[in-house]
Design a protein around this ligand. Structure first.
Ligand code: GTP
Ligand code: MG
Length: 149
């Protein structure tokens, strides 16, 4: 069982897409173990996206992510990190397959509505940046025997 960090970006919140996007993860059989609506400040945005600090789009990325609240989440399941990246789709929504979240709801790389961890190391780092351990719920979904063999 893996945990991934997922974040609906300010455009998803502003566009009232939170419920629809959350349903994609629940419908797949993944388990939501933490959720927090939060205004991300500049420092946290820069740390979270630190790997892109030298890219030309970095200032606009930080401005976008801090423009309004985001919905930070921890989502759990078998192979959750890869599975969620597949559900999210390619970085550029015009290249993302239809049926993916970005493919269905977005048009522009700079407004691609959602973030998801890309590796176990990033998941661990990002979960630690956004959540305290006591904010992550450890619980059994009662019908998990219908989701997993
Ligand atoms: P995240 O899940 O948000 O990390 O996206 P990703 O892993 O699919 O892409 P990546 O980590 O390479 O880029 C992080 C974010 O920076 C993207 O989701 C975009 O919001 C933004 N970004 C990446 N490349 C570009 C670009 O060429 N132009 C602009 N404007 N934004 C970009
Ligand atoms: Mg990334």
């Amino acid at each position: 069982i893996q945990k991934s960090f997922v974040m609906m970006k300010p455009d998803a919140v502003q566009r009232r897409l939170m419920g629809k996007i959350l349903s994609r993860f629940e419908d797949k059989g993944l388990q939501i173990v933490a959720v927090k609506l939060m205004q991300i400040d500049e420092e946290l945005a820069k740390t979270h996206y630190g790997e892109h600090a030298d890219k030309p789009f970095f200032p606009s990325l930080v401005e976008y992510i801090t423009s309004s609240p985001s919905l930070a989440m921890v989502i759990e399941g078998e192979e959750a990190i890869t599975t969620i990246r597949k559900l999210v789709g390619a970085t550029n929504p015009l290249e993302a397959d239809l049926g993916t979240i970005r493919g269905d709801f977005a048009m522009d790389t700079g407004r691609n509505i959602i973030h998801a961890s890309d590796s176990p190391a990033s998941a661990e780092r990002e979960i630690g940046l956004f959540f305290n351990e006591d904010e992550i719920c450890d619980y059994q979904i009662v019908d998990n025997n219908l989701i997993y063999e």
